[in-house]
Design a protein around this ligand. Structure first.
Ligand code: PMP
Length: 408
């Protein structure tokens, strides 16, 4: 992949150019949320300055402009994940919103007592709790694919879990806590052979890994705009048309109807059936700029850059005594989790913040995974395209000094 001019990329992110506690900001919390390039911020401001209007209902000029831009993002998302049709792209509030939508419409309608839903040990809470809720409501049973201590799905165990009772498999593409990239194509193929549908949580993967929903043949795929250099409060649910058609609406309200009488309501067509009420118009519009930012740099080039940073930080951490890396799968996104012997992650997180370094500490919304690993939480550094080898070296120096000082 062609290499990226990181200095030029950094210049497009206003937030990066600041001091935190007297040190230049090193932002290594990208798995939580990425920073936003100027063109995303500008698109938001332009919408509110120039053509703020509600969409789909006005015939006036501003409403037409806003509607056109809103729908242009839908087409851009369709191209970005290579969906067959723009109508298969539903705007949600985020990954969490998308999973809950599928659980409460598809799940609630098609799951019966004794049916099984399969997730994995490394799921984010947002891919656990919605399934627990719908299992409670329907009498379906939740099954969990075990993982190795290095943080990889045990596919043989997965195969044993699959049966004619399996209705749905919902698995993360790339783990936010460990960085593991799962063999989702195999997961999907095996589920289909068992007659089950598959949802892929691409919250992390969508920005680092190839996502072609037709090639993957997943039934549903969800992600959030804010981890993809876009705004918070907007996300995407992709679903195959025939499944979305078969699902009842999620929420009732304006936009999602065709005709309402007090006796009976008919529902709007896809995608509007699932977009009740005034959506997050400004953020959806700005998301198009984020997709362009990623596409223009090229996902393979971004991934290659992040892989170099991952290799550098992993090697450096391994050289510091008392540090154990959590998640050692051979195929990882730019996420490194680690624990330090005798040093609580909250303490290290605070000491690093005092030096201008932002990492995430804690359970990363994966408590069952932490339980399996027998730890309470980790320190996690996660990369985006604007991070540099110099930042990694500064991080390693700082962590090394903290750890060595404590040992004396
Ligand atoms: N799944 C994964 C793998 C995630 O990393 C996250 C965010 N940390 C989510 C789901 C939830 O995303 P959101 O909070 O944007 O809905």
């Amino acid at each position: 992949a062609p290499s990226i001019d990181i200095t030029a990329v950094r210049a497009r992110f206003p937030v990066l150019h600041q001091q935190v506690n007297g040190y230049p900001l090193v932002y290594f919390d990208n798995a939580a949320t990425t920073q936003k390039p100027q063109q995303v911020i500008d698109a938001l401001t332009r919408y509110y300055n120039d053509y703020n209007a509600n969409i789909h209902r006005g015939i006036h000029t501003l409403a037409e402009h806003a509607t056109a831009d809103f729908e242009a993002t839908r087409k851009a998302v369709q191209a970005f994940i290579h969906a067959r049709e723009a109508e298969e792209i539903i705007f949600t509030s985020g990954t969490t919103g998308g999973i809950n939508l599928v659980a409460q419409t598809y799940g609630r309608t098609f799951l019966k007592k004794g049916d099984e839903v399969i997730i994995s040990t490394m799921e984010h809470h947002s891919n656990i709790v919605p399934w627990q809720l719908v299992c409670e409501q329907t009498g379906a049973v939740l099954k969990v694919i075990p993982i190795t201590t290095s943080g990889e799905l045990i596919l043989d165990e997965y195969k044993k879990l699959l049966s004619d009772k399996t209705r749905l498999v919902s698995v993360v593409y790339a783990s936010n806590a460990l960085g593991t990239v799962n063999p989702v194509n195999t997961v999907i193929r095996l589920a289909h052979e068992a007659g089950a549908k598959v949802l892929i949580d691409a919250a992390q993967a969508v920005v680092h890994c190839p996502v072609d929903v037709q090639e993957m043949d997943c039934d549903f795929l969800v992600f959030s705009g804010h981890k993809l250099y876009g705004p918070t409060g907007m996300g995407i649910l992709y679903g195959k048309r025939e499944l979305l058609e078969a699902m009842p609406p999620y929420q009732g309200g304006g936009e999602m109807i065709s005709e309402v009488t007090f006796a009976r309501t008919t529902f709007n067509e896809l995608p509007y059936k699932f977009e009740a009420g005034t959506p997050n118009i400004g953020d959806v519009i700005a998301m198009k700029r984020a997709l362009e930012f990623v596409s223009n740099l090229g996902k393979p080039a971004i991934a290659a850059h992040e892989a170099q940073l991952l290799e550098r930080i992993t090697a450096g951490l391994q050289d510091i005594p008392g540090i154990r890396i959590i998640g050692t799968a051979p195929h990882k996104i730019g996420v490194v989790s680690f624990v330090v012997e005798g040093l609580h992650h909250f303490d290290l997180g605070m000491m690093l913040d005092a030096k201008g370094i932002a990492i995430r500490t804690g359970h990363h919304c994966t408590q069952p995974l932490m339980d399996f690993l027998g730890i309470e939480g980790t320190n996690r550094a996660s990369f985006a395209v604007y991070n540099t080898p110099e930042e990694v070296d500064y991080f390693l120096d700082t962590v090394g000094q903290i750890v060595r000082k404590r040992k004396k």
